[in-house]
Design a binder for this molecule. Structure first.
Ligand SMILES: *[C@@H]1O[C@H](CO)[C@@H](O)[C@H](O)[C@H]1NC(C)=O
Ligand SMILES: *[C@@H]1O[C@H](CO)[C@@H](O)[C@H](O)[C@H]1NC(C)=O
Ligand SMILES: *[C@@H]1O[C@H](CO)[C@@H](O)[C@H](O)[C@H]1NC(C)=O
Length: 976
């Protein structure tokens, strides 16, 4: 009994172990390097909050639940996640949040509920969130806020209520008035009409107030209400007049936005006490010379100099000379973006030469004229200039001669087709030049002649096809050169000369057909990033003469993915020779047909490798191909046609943290191989045809129980054989005999018998003894009956034959069995069948009243319907009654093939011996035939099965050619 309890307790403990779950989650993914602290649950078709969060660990700190059909957060949804600090539940369908939904989230610092359909919030819903500093309710349908709703969130610093339907400012003011730490309040895109409020004030700490896109027609607040506000956005309140500011203290405000309001600037500047320096005049209708001149005069009367003058979005079409002359001195930025300027005329409308930044983005400029003329004012302090988003087609010579000190020039996103070779003349201090997204076709060897300090040159998305000799010769300080998205087919031999410090070189999306050999010697110790993706590089042989990157000892990032149109095709064995510093390598989408086993041997420093869809069809990875990649932490081998994830190939990834195996073709994954990756934490095996068979029993167990590796969406993986079944719970009971269970049951059975038998023995001794005798006498009776039946047979044998073989039966069989010393009684159908009776009945009674049935088998016999019935009956007795009545005599050799359609016959043959008639075509038929009759007689005498008879070839009399395709000699008399 002691052992039983022990066993029971062992079983219980085993059962308890099964409850410990692994490290995979139903609807969430633990962010890769967050150590189980950060979770993202996005795009799940899950409408139940608890189904999303209930398997997350206690340790969770960050949680993002986005784009789910969630409509409801029930009470106490997060009580099991007491350490949450950042909770984001955005872009769901939330309508309804229960009063105690966020209870116990004492550590929560930020809560983002934006982009939902929340219209009402219970006044106590945020009660436990004492540590909350950030709350976003952006884009919901909230109409009203309860005055106590923020009662407990006293640490709140940022409150975003943009894009709702709030219309009563006073209730908002009341609800936030006690928040001593509130800094930012965003109320843009609501339905507020004024700032009227009851007897409350805004917290002193509140310095940033956004009120854009409401319906304000007045401010209507107490004079001191906005006195602590530093940044005030009142834009897009089209009904708000200048009068609204009368008496309102904006003394502290250092940025006021008035775009698209009804405010008349001249009037406003007269009324308000705001420092004019701090007003953004963009979008205030200052569109023509007169208005601007008036404005400047007025402004200058207020301030001597202004830091930034924002005149964007004013529909200014033209700035004539002197328009801005009367404005105060500008020491910072002049913004003229989003106007309708056609020309900037070398900034001749400006006298303020102290500006540091000039912005004319989003205008209608079509060209930049030359500025090297006499009397031209120079802007020596100007550092930054932007002409993005215009329609500039040509940039003429000396276009920037008046701004010689600019360090950053943005000419991108235009239609520049003509950049005069002297256009950039004089820009000796230029460090960043953006020329991307234009229509440039040619760069001349003097285009960048003066730009000796250039560090970043962006020429992406132009139409450059050749880099001529000397183009970059003077750019010795350039570190980043972006030539991506052009049509470059080649570089002239010294096209890259001069780029002594180049570190990042982007050449993706060009038409290069080979890897330029100049790369390797020009950039020896400088290049760190090289992007060659999307070119037309292709190799024809695994053996190349000189490895193209061999000298790039600092290269850490190499992209070679997606070569057009056919991919790299062949991966040369020495392609990556020398790249010992390489950290990331991209080889995706390349139709490579074979990965040479030594291709990656030099990449000992590699951290990231993606081979996603690198290859053609089912790839045959050779052991050792990854042997030196011990430092790789992230490996993407998606869609590579991997059939076998084996230890020999992947075991050297000893630092591997993330493994993406999706979309491969293996039906199982070797657990040993996974366990040989000690640092693995993140495993993605989606879209692999994992079979739900005992083959994967170990894998299922491993995915569920190991506590280090997260298997992405494990609980959604389907079985390959049936989409409706899931991998994580397919039935594995049949796969193993549970040792504990069987020990338990066998021990239990033994104990049971030992207990019960003695009791029965004592109680029922006589009864059992009596029963035994009754059984014995019944069995003896049955036995005797069977014997008698056999003895009572009318015939010794029923002969089943086809009429075409009647001759042989009459001439050979009858004399040898009925006469000739042996006196068997045979039943022949023409002689012994009862006339007038159904032939079927006759056959049945003949088979059953004979001790044996001898079938005389010939080809004709096999085709005859009656014979088939006879053999069926006899074989029925053989197989089903276990009475051995059948004797087969083959009159002629019959091949297996001919036999195969007589299924039942074959089965009989396989089970029984049969005799072959030595025909007259035999060499010496006489002795063979004697032997045949002897054997047949012996067989007829036996009541039981015919003994297996060994026989010589000579006895069987077989001709050689019959051996192969006919029943072979060993089978002649017997079958195994
Ligand atoms: C959690 O989120 C915050 C804010 O987004 C971030 O600064 C922090 O690094 C995250 N923590 C973890 C463990 O990912
Ligand atoms: C706020 O969080 C800190 C730790 O981050 C914790 O010690 C403190 O108890 C929390 N405050 C409240 C009121 O729960
Ligand atoms: C919320 O955002 C959607 C688009 O994302 C917008 O169409 C809708 O107007 C926004 N709602 C409010 C109240 O602004």
């Amino acid at each position: 009994m002691a052992s039983l309890t022990q066993l029971l307790s062992v079983t219980v403990v085993l059962g308890a172990f099964k409850l410990i779950s692994g490290y995979s989650f139903k609807n969430c993914i633990a962010d890769a390097y967050s150590k189980g602290k950060s979770f993202t649950c996005i795009h799940r078709k899950q409408s139940n909050m608890s189904a999303i969060v209930n398997d997350l660990p206690h340790s969770a700190i960050n949680l993002t639940i986005s784009i789910n059909p969630l409509s409801h957060i029930p009470n106490n949804s997060f009580v099991n996640l007491p350490n949450l600090q950042h909770l984001k539940i955005d872009h769901n369908h939330l309508m309804d949040i229960n009063e105690h939904a966020f209870d116990k989230l004492y550590q929560l610092k930020s809560l983002n509920l934006s982009f939902n359909y929340i219209s009402k919030l219970s006044p106590s819903v945020f009660n436990d969130l004492h540590n909350l500093t950030f709350l976003s309710l952006t884009n919901n349908t909230i109409k009203q806020l309860h005055r106590d709703i923020f009662f407990s969130v006293v640490n709140l610093e940022t409150l975003l209520l943009r894009q709702n339907f709030l219309s009563h400012f006073s209730e908002i003011a009341e609800s936030v008035s006690h928040l001593r730490n509130l800094k930012t309040l965003d109320l843009c895109f609501n339905n507020l009409t004024s700032l009227s409020h009851s007897n409350v004030s805004l917290p002193k700490s509140l310095t940033i107030l956004y009120l854009c896109r409401n319906n304000l027609f007045t401010l209507g607040c107490k004079p001191s209400f906005l006195r602590f506000i530093q940044i005030l956005d009142l834009s897009y309140n089209s009904r708000l007049p200048a009068m609204a500011f009368e008496g309102v203290d904006l003394g502290q405000t250092n940025y006021l936005r008035l775009r698209s309001t009804g405010v008349k600037i001249a009037e406003f500047l007269n009324i308000s006490n705001i420092n004019a320096n701090h007003v953004d005049f963009s979008g205030t209708g200052l569109k023509d010379d007169n208005l601007l001149a008036e404005f400047c005069t007025m402004l200058k009367a207020k301030v001597k100099r202004i830091k930034n003058l924002d005149l964007g979005n004013n529909r200014i079409r033209n700035l004539t000379k002197y328009t801005l002359f009367r404005c105060p001195d500008i020491t910072g930025a002049l913004d003229l973006s989003r106007n309708e300027l056609k020309n900037t005329r070398c900034l001749n409308f400006l006298r303020q030469t102290n500006i540091r930044s000039f912005n004319a983005e989003h205008n209608h400029l079509t060209s930049l004229q030359g500025c090297k003329t006499r009397n031209m004012v120079s802007f020596f302090k100007l550092k930054e200039m932007s002409y993005r988003y215009n329609r500039i087609l040509s940039v003429n010579s000396y276009a920037f001669y008046h701004t010689p000190n600019i360090t950053e020039l943005k000419l991108n996103i235009n239609t520049i087709a003509f950049l005069h070779r002297k256009a950039l003349k004089g820009l000796k201090k230029l460090e960043t030049l953006r020329l991307d997204n234009n229509l440039l076709t040619d760069l001349f060897n003097d285009t960048f002649e003066d730009n000796v300090n250039l560090k970043i040159l962006n020429l992406r998305n132009n139409r450059i096809s050749v880099i001529f000799n000397g183009t970059f010769l003077r750019l010795t300080k350039l570190t980043t050169l972006d030539l991506g998205g052009n049509k470059i087919t080649h570089f002239e031999p010294s096209g890259l000369d001069g780029l002594k410090r180049l570190s990042k070189f982007y050449l993706d999306g060009n038409n290069l057909k080979q890897i330029e050999s100049s790369l390797s010697h020009v950039f020896q110790d400088t290049l760190t990033v090289l992007d060659l993706a999307g070119n037309q590089i292709r190799f024809l042989s695994e053996n190349i003469k000189s490895p193209p990157f061999v000298n790039l000892s600092k290269l850490s990032d190499l992209k070679l993915d997606a070569q057009r149109p056919f991919g790299l095709t062949v991966l040369p064995r020495t392609l990556f020779r020398g790249l010992r510093s390489l950290k990331s390598l991209y080889l995706t989408n390349n139709y490579i047909n074979h990965l040479p086993p030594d291709a990656f041997d030099d990449l000992t420093g590699l951290h990231f490798l993606t081979l996603d869809n690198c290859c053609v069809g089912v790839i045959d990875l050779q052991p050792g191909v990854f042997k030196n990649l011990r430092n790789v932490t992230k490996l993407i081998v998606e869609n590579m046609g991997i059939q076998n994830f084996s230890k020999e190939i992947f075991e050297n990834f000893t630092r591997l943290h993330t493994l993406q195996l999706n979309r491969n073709v293996m039906q199982s994954i070797n657990v040993d191989a996974l366990e040989s990756l000690p640092k693995l934490q993140y495993l993605d095996v989606r879209n692999i045809p994992l079979s739900c068979t005992c083959l994967n029993q170990g894998l299922q167990d491993w995915t569920l129980k190991n506590v280090n590796v997260q298997v992405v969406y494990l609980y959604n993986l389907s079985c390959q054989n049936d989409e409706n079944y899931k991998f994580y719970n397919f039935d594995t009971k049949v796969c193993y005999i549970d040792l504990g269970e069987s020990l338990f049951f066998s021990t239990a059975a033994v104990i049971f018998l030992f207990t019960v038998i003695p009791i029965l023995y004592v109680k029922l001794y006589w009864k059992m003894k009596y029963s035994y005798y009754v059984f014995r006498s019944w069995f003896g009776e049955q036995w005797r009956r069977l014997k008698e039946e056999e003895e009572n047979c009318k015939f010794d044998a029923f002969i089943s034959y086809n009429s075409s073989d009647e001759q042989w039966v009459m001439d050979q069989l009858l004399p040898n069995l009925e006469g000739n010393g042996s006196s068997f009684k045979l039943c022949l159908h023409h002689r012994d069948f009862e006339p007038g009776r159904y032939i079927v009945d006759n056959i049945v009674s003949a088979v059953y009243s004979s001790r044996k049935t001898i079938c005389v088998v010939s080809r004709n016999f096999l085709q005859s319907e009656w014979c088939s019935l006879e053999i069926q009956l006899a074989s029925y007795r053989l197989f089903d009654e276990h009475r051995d009545v059948l004797l087969l005599v083959f009159l002629e050799p019959i091949s297996e093939r001919q036999m195969s359609s007589y299924h039942r016959m074959r089965k009989v043959m396989l089970k029984k011996t049969y005799l072959q008639w030595p025909g007259s075509d035999c060499d010496d038929p006489e002795p063979a035939q004697d032997l045949f009759w002897n054997k047949l007689r012996r067989a007829m005498r036996t009541g039981s099965r015919v003994k297996t008879e060994e026989s010589d070839k000579s006895e069987g009399c077989v001709t050689d050619e019959s051996k192969d395709n006919e029943i072979s000699d060993e089978n002649y008399y017997l079958l195994p």
